[in-house]
Structures are given as C-alpha cells and as structure tokens.
Ligand binder design. Structure first.
Ligand SMILES: CC(C)(COP(=O)(O)OP(=O)(O)OC[C@H]1O[C@@H](n2cnc3c(N)ncnc32)[C@H](O)[C@@H]1OP(=O)(O)O)[C@@H](O)C(=O)NCCC(=O)NCCS
Length: 468
C-alpha cells in the first residue's frame, strides 16, 4: 500500500532541516518515507557510537526515591522526537512551540500549526514544505475511512460506555489489517520492520478522526449523518467537519493548534511510555497505541482536561456571579482540604507554566470574543490565584498550570460542551508522538523493555549495602 502512495513517491521540493534550534535549507526531492529512510543511517550510526563509546558512562543515579517514586527523574529511556525541559517546556527536535508556530506550514485556510506538519517534523527531524504537508494531508484523507468491522463494533457499543474506552477498543480492532503483523508472520527481516510499522502508523493517524467522530456521533448526536472525509482538507479540518463543527473556523483552528502541540511530550509520560513499552514487544502499532489510550484515560493524565472543566463548572455554580480572586481562592482551598487535586495544575516534570498552556492562552488573547467568555475568564482568573494557593498548600512541586488547565474551556465556549469526550481529542493528538517512536524504535532496532524490579526487602538490603 505504502509503495503506491505519496509517502513513497518522490517529490520535487525544498525542505528544511530542524536541528538544535536552527533550520537549514536543503534541496530535497524526498517523500516522507524516503526522508525517514535518508535519516535512518545517521541515527543508527549515532546509536552505535553511543553504545561503543559510552556504554559504561553513568548519566544519573538511581536512588531509592526514584524507585519508590514512580521512577520520577530516572534517565532511563531513549525518545528522540522531543525533549521536555522542566523550566522551558517542550521542544520538538529542538524547536519550541513558538518556533513551530513560525516555521511549520499551516492549513491553506488557516494560520495554526497542523497535525501533518508536526508529524513530519517528529518523524524526520525536518520542517516540511507546504507541498509536502499538503501531500501528507491528502494521503491521510485517502486512508481515512474506517473498515466496516470497526464501524460495526463502535455502533454496537452502549452510548453509556466512556468515549475513551470506545476509542481504545476501536484502535485495537484496527489491527485486523496490520501490515506489520502480516509481514512479521511471513518472516520479514528486522531491517524492514520500520517500513511496515510506518504504513500502519500512517493508517492509524489517518483513521483516528473518523473513529473519534463516530464515537462522538453515537454517544452525543445519535441519528445524525456523518459527513464523508473531504480529500482536500487537512486531518483536523476533516475531524472538525466530522464532529459537525466544520463551519466554525475558529474552533477548527483551535483544534489544529491543540492537536499539534499535544502531539508529543517526550517519552516518560504514561501514554507515550505505554505505547513504547507495548511496541517493544513487537506488538503492532494499533495494539501499542490502544494500550497507550487506556493510560491516557486516567484522571492524573489525559482525563484531567475533562476533570478541569467539571471542576471549573462546579466552581462557577457555587460561586455564581460573584467571581473574584477571593471567592476562587476559597474554592481552591475547599478542593485541597477535601483531599482532591486541583485539576490542570502540577506536572511530573515541568516546574514552570506549561508553554502549551501559554500557546492556548495566546490563542484566546487574539480573539476578543473568547476573552469575554465567562468560562475562559474563570480559567484566567483561576490562573491568577491558583499558583499562590498551591505554593501555600506546599505539596505540589509545580504549582503552575499544565496544558489541561485551558484546553477544555475553549472547546466548551465553542459549543463542544460534552466534556467526557475531551480526552478523545487528546487521544487523536497523542498518536503523533507515539507513532513516531514506534517507527524509530523499529528503525533503530531498540530491544524489548525490561527494567529490573525488587521487593521492599530487597530494596532495603540494597540500600543498606550501598550506604555501608
Ligand atoms: C500531574 C501530576 C499527576 C504530577 O504528579 P507528581 O509528579 O506526583 O507531582 P508532585 O511530585 O508535585 O506531587 C507531590 C504531591 O503534591 C500533590 N499535588 C500535585 N499536584 C497537585 C495538584 N494539582 N493539586 C493538589 N495536590 C497536588 C500530589 O498529589 C502529591 O501529594 P502526595 O505527596 O500526598 O502524594 C499532579 O500534579 C496532579 O495530580 N495534577 C492534577 C491532575 C492534572 O492536571 N493532570 C494532568 C497532567 S498534564
């Protein structure tokens, strides 16, 4: 399939290489698949060099606190597409979110980053040209229809089943047509794993909008027709259309930005790590990403955007029209004193306001009608007082907002009010980073993951022998 597609077709274009905060103009005639193929040897050589020269070099300590603390802070994983700095936030192959906003091609009718240009950057380390981006959009649209058995499966599920459970089930069922699985059964060489993985990954990304929109339709708008995928639209343009919001240009642009910047957040977060772990067993991309989606469905991870909105609406109900810094402060303390977390605040790695939150805030700042929205004003006012309250509370290492503090409220304002659905949108997005890792793990021949575990007694013994 891939060989007949634009992914494998040479194109006469220029491309840019993003490297260590700089971009270099390169003459290129490469398709996505050829571009990845071109980058693979140097990455393989880099990995080999590291193994040969530094296999015994220490890059961190393993403390008992790391082992007992959810492996927090352990440098234990290779993830090439993005690196998260605690203060500065995420960079994708060296590019910050504002860099990406300046450099990555947008949709023909828009200004925001789109999923295709982000996916190209993540997979290749290079900034695609507008033509390459459009080519990938068309490729995704052409592959975007769901197989019938998946449609039937989703239609058979009760509308009361959480949309994330439905999404995970639908993605797992896509493995019926896995190119990797078929090729593996035939006995392909290890060096060919990545091409079949890429084929599955592109199919997976392509089909997510139709799958996610079908779930939305079944759960919230039963009986309404689902439009067909428009071959001339980008991935998220189609997703907005399938959700029934295609004529809302601002919401479409918001979804484009949201999905692009949520796409990858280095490898240690629960969904990304799960995709990598499951993929490391040579499970195909559909099964690997289905597993990741079930990690994303936890309230401490992706479900937080649903929780933020639920929490902010409860606050709005309780506080009524009397929204002041003091009333918000009281509500924050009430939440904390009842033993709950303040959703949308804190982070496992970040120690500053999340640049993704700032990008979404900037989106609001540029649109006067959003600034007047009561729910967005509430989010903004909460941000003005929450860090000080959380500092005073003294538990969280990061009292600042993460991306989820803002993401759901904008959707709510634009009329996508079904907040139990919000994590599904995150699920459409996070695929970008996870599939990138799956392709590269195969291209680099990364092994099955298998860290060592110890019992409480064994850890104590190790600690005592280490400290004596
Ligand atoms: C994201 C999160 C899970 C990170 O967890 P973490 O790495 O363990 O965070 P910390 O090391 O700062 O946690 C230290 C303590 O502060 C608490 N804490 C962290 N964030 C908090 C918050 N937003 N509100 C209240 N307490 C919080 C933790 O529950 C923990 O308490 P404990 O010692 O009683 O277990 C956590 O900040 C959280 O639960 N945030 C709210 C949910 C959320 O927004 N998730 C989306 C993340 S993108």
């Amino acid at each position: 399939m891939l060989s007949r597609s634009i992914l494998a077709r040479p194109r006469l274009e220029l491309s840019f290489k993003a490297l260590n905060h700089e971009t270099r103009r390169l003459a290129s005639t490469k398709s996505l698949k050829d571009t990845i193929a071109e980058v693979i040897p140097s990455k393989q050589a880099h990995l080999k060099r590291l193994k040969e020269q530094h296999a015994d070099t220490l890059i961190g300590d393993v403390k008992v606190a790391n082992v007992l603390g959810g492996m927090r802070g352990l440098r234990a994983m290779l993830w090439d597409s993005s690196v998260l700095d605690p203060e500065e936030g995420i960079r994708f192959h060296g590019l910050s979110i504002p860099d990406c906003q300046r450099q990555l091609p947008a949709a023909p009718d828009g200004k925001e980053i789109i999923a295709e240009s982000m996916l190209w950057l993540l997979l290749t380390g290079q900034v695609p040209t507008p033509d390459q981006t459009r080519g990938l959009s068309r490729e995704l649209a052409e592959r975007g229809d769901l197989p019938q058995h998946v449609e039937k499966l989703i239609d058979s599920l009760p509308a009361t089943l959480h949309p994330m459970t439905q999404l995970g089930m639908g993605v797992a069922a896509l493995n019926h047509d896995s190119s990797f699985q078929r090729a593996y059964e035939k006995g392909i060489k290890k060096s060919e794993y990545w091409t079949h993985t890429l084929d599955d990954c592109i199919n997976l990304v392509a089909r997510l909008p139709a799958l996610a929109a079908r779930i939305y339709r079944n759960v919230y708008k039963p009986g309404t027709p689902l439009p067909k995928i428009d071959k001339n639209l980008d991935l998220v343009g189609n997703y907005a259309k399938l959700l029934g919001h295609g004529d809302n240009h601002d919401l479409t642009e918001y979804l484009r930005l949201y999905i692009a910047i949520h796409g990858d957040h280095e490898g240690g977060n629960a969904s990304a790590h799960t995709a990598h772990l499951v993929g490391s067993t040579l499970s195909d991309p559909y099964l690997s990403y289905a597993a990741a989606l079930f990690a994303l469905a936890g309230p401490l991870h992706g479900l937080a955007n649903q929780e933020v909105l639920r929490w902010q609406l409860l606050m709005q109900k309780e506080v009524g029209d009397n929204i002041t810094h003091d009333t918000i402060k009281d509500y924050l303390w009430k939440t904390l004193k009842s033993g709950q977390v303040v959703p949308g605040y804190g982070h496992g790695v970040l120690r500053s306001p999340d640049p993704r939150f700032i990008a979404l805030q900037d989106f609001c700042e540029s649109r006067p009608e959003l600034l007047e929205s009561p729910i967005i004003q509430l989010v903004k006012k909460t941000y003005e007082v929450a860090p000080a309250v959380l500092k005073e509370h003294g538990k969280t290492k990061n009292p600042y907002p993460n991306v989820d503090a803002a993401s759901g409220c904008v959707l709510y304002h634009y009329g996508l009010t079904e907040f139990k659905y919000y994590t599904v949108i995150f699920g459409v997005s996070r695929a970008l980073g996870c599939v990138t890792q799956l392709v590269w793990a195969r291209a680099l021949g990364l092994p099955i993951e298998r860290p060592k575990s110890y019992s409480l007694d064994a850890i104590e013994q190790l600690a005592k022998s280490g400290s004596s």
